[in-house]
Design a protein around this ligand. Sequence first.
Ligand code: KIV
Length: 268
Amino acid sequence: MKHWNVERIRTNKKGERLACVTASDYTGARLADSAEIPLILVGDSLGMTVLGFESTLPVTLAMMLHHTAAVVRGVKDALVVADMPFLTYQASIPEAITNAGRFLQEAGADAVKVEGGALRVGLVEALTQNGIPVMGHIGLTPQSINQMGGYKVQGRSQAAAEQLLQDACMLEQAGVFAIVLECIPPDVAEKITAALSIPTIGIGAGPACDGQILVMNDLLGLSLQPPAKFVKQYATLAKTLQEAFTTYRQEVQNKTFPAKEHSYAPLT
Ligand code: KIV
């Protein structure tokens, strides 16, 4: 039995703050799980961080199933949530149930995440009533980037902040077990967090949320680009890895690798 399940996360409102992270492969998932991370999201941000796309929009169901299955194989205790990619849940509820079910049945995920507020109430009800736990995601929702006109902070006007609060309450009522709040002002996130009985998981949403989530590549400093304002890098692996590749290349070129200790005993 896993240590973390949906019910444990849902009822963790007053428990330890949830330090969540994304993962896209077996190795990253294994390391995060061994560090006692409670919730691992197979985020469709892997479209950018792993697959080199410009946005999350080109990410398909097949890609997400492939990465989710790899993450699941690396996890012993964390809850694994899979992002439903663009156009796999918007067209119709029956199609969404079939697609979401594949994450549980074929890839072994524990739950799925969908982007959007009040608009997703019917979908969340249908999924949860059919045994598929759902995490919500409001604020900056990258699958709607064309509609939003860029990666911008959301909920900045009174009306927009009230809409976010209403969205969060409606999602909770519909049955989500937690909600990601992405790129919203900290006071708006605080108000939403206080209004809900399920945990809020913030990313660029300030310190008041019940948990935080970071994209693994950001947390580990795996990009050579400067990070977004809300990111804290807990390592600078891009530099470390680049140096390792350079040293390796130099040692192969100047014949210091492989050395005697890297070679098997000769025949005679
Ligand atoms: O895709 C992703 O990584 C996400 C997180 C930013 C929450 O949705």
